[in-house]
Design a protein around this ligand. Structure first.
Ligand code: ADP
Ligand code: MG
Length: 618
């Protein structure tokens, strides 16, 4: 029975087949790496489960080319697939990011097309479908471990797919590509050998070429690259391996290859890619490091090796200290793994430190791609807080660029003790905040913290190098120490505002906690300040987004006694009740809006605004 592709699968296929003009050869890398994954899984099974025993040396990949029939067959004796697995793995793109994938492709249309498409295809794990770039029909015959029957999946890559009973003696998967007329080069031994060496030289398994006429020929080195000495591995070879495991598609930004021997013995070959994967911010994305025990893959999605905040690090860890039979559920509690994990976290941090000190530009590009994720660690791995804060960059108001906290502290006013920050939704919102006025005037720098994660670690971190983080939207900040103007130092809030303050307070009622005369405002008439003991304004907004019922605490309205509007209001406060009422409510709404919130009652806000406009124009 023929089945249609799911809507999104069809769309993706269409793009894959029609947009990847020049990098068609990667189809072979994708199929070989799928075979390698399947062999890894079978190897693990045969070593842990008596029912399926196969010698490691017997696990292999074969490529058959048949020029007469124009078919290319990739054959492995890996774990194989049952009927259901064929359906689930090949009938749908079982990735939650498909819609994002399409959106991203559409966004990139017209840019550096080749590079972008090739980058995307691997990220979205549509590897298998790349076969349709060179084939107009693909047949997959597979028999899973423990099964007696084989099944066949076939498709032209356009209309849909069909699954039927089939026969196959050996366990494993055989993929036959009916090569398109225009792609005959992929039947050539030289071409196939070249591509295999280019992408799959350091696969653990052998890839043999068979054409029926000549002796089978071994195409690759078939040795796990990470077990070799660093000095014997070229940058290109690292890069191929990086691509082969799907870590990224250009060059890795950082490669960490270490052999550790002693009380703990392991090898790590880890990469930091040069750009973000598409799913970096999806809720369910975890760190994925392939975990091997003496070159046998235990699992390829272990969260127990690196924490979520290092999920941008890709690669493998091989250790003989973890037993093959350890159940996956127990991995998280495995003492050895926890120790390795700790050591790896330190190693990654140290390497980043080195990069930061040696190559600012490279570090900046790392920070732009992954800084947001790294900052999650300040909150999640409290022990590493100081190290991570040292690595973090923040937007500086005065310098209009990202700076390290150490830079900020170095340039601080001699009288300044705290690190001033403004948490806001984005840089533009931060720049428009009335809270900044006095800091600008006194030339004090303020850091803009614009990532949602910032408010979380801030609530815990508290300080850096004995400097407190102080939100400039919260409580009373005494800035008189920074004034060289004697008069200003002695200036007390004008007493004549008391009556006005009381009246405004009465008008605003429960909407505010208090009304005060500001010592900080310069250009704006008023602003909202969070009470000393309350939540930071931005924190409160995030809480509101997460919980609809969350009602923040009323804030304090500060009014600027030197502002024209406030002065005028002070004059009319006893004579024009209506105007004072409307103006107070308008000012309050404006103060809210500047924080990125809506007025309490938009219709009333509009009416009042129109009334005032009418008066101003008449
Ligand atoms: P990915 O490799 O990223 O999972 P692919 O599109 O390359 O995505 O493959 C989809 C799925 O099909 C694999 O995850 C695997 O379950 C299955 N698969 C593909 N090729 C093989 C194979 N040779 N042996 C066993 N399973 C395979
Ligand atoms: Mg794949």
């Amino acid at each position: 029975m023929k089945k249609a592709f799911e809507a999104d699968t069809g769309r993706v296929l269409n793009i894959v087949i029609n947009s990847l003009y020049s990098e068609k050869e990667i189809f072979l890398r994708e199929l070989i790496s799928n075979s390698s994954d399947a062999l890894d899984k079978r190897r693990f099974l045969s070593l842990t489960d008596k029912k399926d025993s196969v010698g490691t040396e017997d696990l292999k990949i074969e490529i058959h080319a048949n020029k007469k029939d124009s078919t290319l067959t990739i054959n492995d004796n890996g774990i194989g697939m049952s009927k259901e697995e064929l359906e689930n793995s090949l009938g749908t793109i079982a990735k939650s990011g498909t819609t994002e994938f399409l959106a991203e492709l559409e966004k990139n249309a017209g840019k550096d097309k080749k590079k972008n498409d090739v980058n995307l295809i691997g990220q979205f794990g549509v590897g298998f479908y790349s076969a349709f770039m060179v084939a107009d029909k693909v047949e997959v015959v597979s028999k899973g471990v423990g099964q007696t029957k084989a099944n066949k999946w076939e498709s032209d890559g356009i209309s849909g797919y069909e699954i039927s009973n089939s026969t196959k003696e050996e366990i494993g998967t055989e993929i036959t590509l009916h090569i398109k007329r225009s792609e005959k080069e992929y039947l050539d031994k030289e071409r196939i050998g070249f591509i295999t060496r280019k992408y799959s030289d350091h696969l653990m398994y052998s890839v043999n070429f068979i054409d029926g006429k000549n002796e089978p020929e071994l195409l690759n080195k078939a040795s796990a690259i990470w077990t070799r000495e660093k000095k014997d591995i070229s940058a290109e070879q690292y890069e191929e391996f990086y691509k082969q495991i799907g870590a990224g598609f250009n060059k890795p930004l950082l490669t960490l290859h270490n052999k550790v021997e002693g009380t703990l013995s392991y090898i790590n070959l880890l990469f930091i890619p040069d750009s973000r994967p598409f799913d970096l911010f999806q809720m369910d994305v975890k760190s994925k490091i392939k975990l091997y025990s003496n070159r046998v893959l235990i699992t390829d999605d272990s969260e127990s090796i690196l924490p979520r905040w290092l999920r941008f690090v890709k690669g493998i860890v091989d250790t003989s200290d973890v037993d093959l039979n350890v159940s996956r559920e127990m991995l998280q509690h495995n003492v050895t793994l926890n120790k390795i994990s700790k050591a790896l976290k330190k190693r990654v941090i140290n390497e980043l430190k080195k990069m930061k000190d040696k190559d600012q530009e490279k570090y900046s590009s790392f920070w732009n791609e992954f800084g947001i994720v790294l900052k999650e660690g300040i909150y999640e791995d409290f022990d590493l807080k100081t190290e991570l804060l040292e690595l973090s960059k923040f937007q500086s108001m005065n310098e209009d660029k990202l700076v390290f906290l150490s830079d900020y502290i170095e340039k601080m006013n001699t009288e300044q003790k705290d690190i001033y920050y403004l948490a806001a939704e984005n840089k533009e919102m931060a720049e428009g905040s009335p809270h900044l006025e006095v800091f600008k005037k006194k030339k004090l720098d303020v850091l803009f913290l614009t990532d949602p994660i910032d408010t979380f670690w801030l609530s815990m971190a508290g300080e850096f190098q004995d400097r407190k983080f102080v939100s400039i939207t919260k409580g009373d900040i005494d800035l008189t120490a920074f004034s060289d103007d004697k008069k200003e130092k002695e200036k007390k809030p004008p007493a004549g505002m008391k009556g006005l303050v009381e009246k405004i307070k009465e008008i605003l009622g429960e909407s505010v906690q208090d009304v005060k005369v500001s010592t900080k405002l310069v250009d704006s008439a008023c602003c909202l300040v969070a009470p000393d003991t309350g939540m930071d304004v931005q924190m409160e907004r995030i809480m509101k987004i997460q919980n609809k019922d969350f009602k923040g605490m009323p804030r304090i309205l500060e009014i600027n006694p030197d502002h024209n509007i406030i002065k005028k209001l002070n004059k009319i406060k006893d004579t024009d009740k209506d105007a004072l009422n409307d103006a107070s409510l308008l000012l309050f709404d404006q103060a809210k809006m500047v924080e990125g919130e809506l007025p309490n009652d938009i219709a009333k806000f509009n009416q009042r605004m129109s009334k005032f406009l009418g008066l101003a124009l008449s």
